[in-house]
Each structure stands twice: as C-alpha cells, then as structure tokens.
Design a protein around this ligand. Sequence first.
Ligand code: FES
Length: 177
Amino acid sequence: MSNHEQHEKAHKSVKRNEMSRRQFLSYTLGGAGAFMAAGMALPMIRFAVDPILKKKESGTYIKVVEESKITNEPQEFKFKIHQVDGWYVSDPELSAWISKDDQGNFFALSPICKHLGCTITWNTEKNNEYVCPCHNAHYTKDGKNLTVAPKPLDEYELKRENGWVYLGPVKPNTRVQ
Ligand code: FES
C-alpha cells in the first residue's frame, strides 16, 4: 500500500467515525426533542379534553323548573347550558316542552322538528298536537310523528329531585315506537 493509499484509508476511517458520532448525536437530540414535545403536548391535550371528561363525571343535568308548575298540558320551558368545547365556552339557551302523562309521569320533548329542524309549537291548531310551521309536520303529545316528519320528537333525560325537574341530554323518544 502506498503512502497515499494509507493516508486515504486513515482519513476515511476518521470520516466514518465522525459520521457515526454525528448520527449518534442527532439520534440523541432527536429523541430528547420528541420526548420534550410529548411532555408539552400531553398537558395541552389534557387541558383540552379535561372539561369534556369532567362534564361526564359530574352529570349534565340542569335544574329547569319546579315540579308544581308541570301540567298535563305541555308547556315550553327555556334553560341555559354551560358548554366548553376545547377553548370555546358558551351558554346557549335551549327549550323543552314538558308535560305529565295520564299516569302522572313527567316527560320533556325536544322542540326540534325531525323533518328539517325547525321549531315546533304545541296546539297552535287547537287539535292537541305539536305542529311545525315550516312544512306542517304534526306530532302527538308523546312526540309521535303523524305527518311529514320521518321520526318522533327526541326526548330529554329527565329526573326529579327535591321538588325540581332536571333535564339531561337529548335521547331518541322512548314513549313511542
Ligand atoms: S322542518 Fe318541520 S316540517 Fe319541515
């Protein structure tokens, strides 16, 4: 091997060592970077998700009206819910049509028409039915769809406690098929 070749070889091996050291450093730093990013991201994700989790834990029932105000005739009651969606906090106003059935059971219907989402009202045609002004859907007092709408009105979860009516999330109607 000539001097020149020996020099080349020595040089190459130094180069190879440098490369591997650089690779080692970049792996190490890259790994540390990813670790730090995860360390920052996790609390942020938790911060965003926490309110949703908390909402479920503490229940989502809202105190709406005194039991004594509920009659057989459906009445509309308005209430506000506190919503936290990531960074966005709002207090939209909702409404429910609450009444008693013949057995004295309380139930609350959503005012959102199941046709295209307009707002229904009770007994505007004096026929003891819910009517939607948009395309004339009709529903019974239990929320059963009679015309136009493809499904019954949704129902709110309802519970009674210490003389008050509380409403929870909306669910599919359980009173009619
Ligand atoms: S939206 Fe109610 S009838 Fe069409």
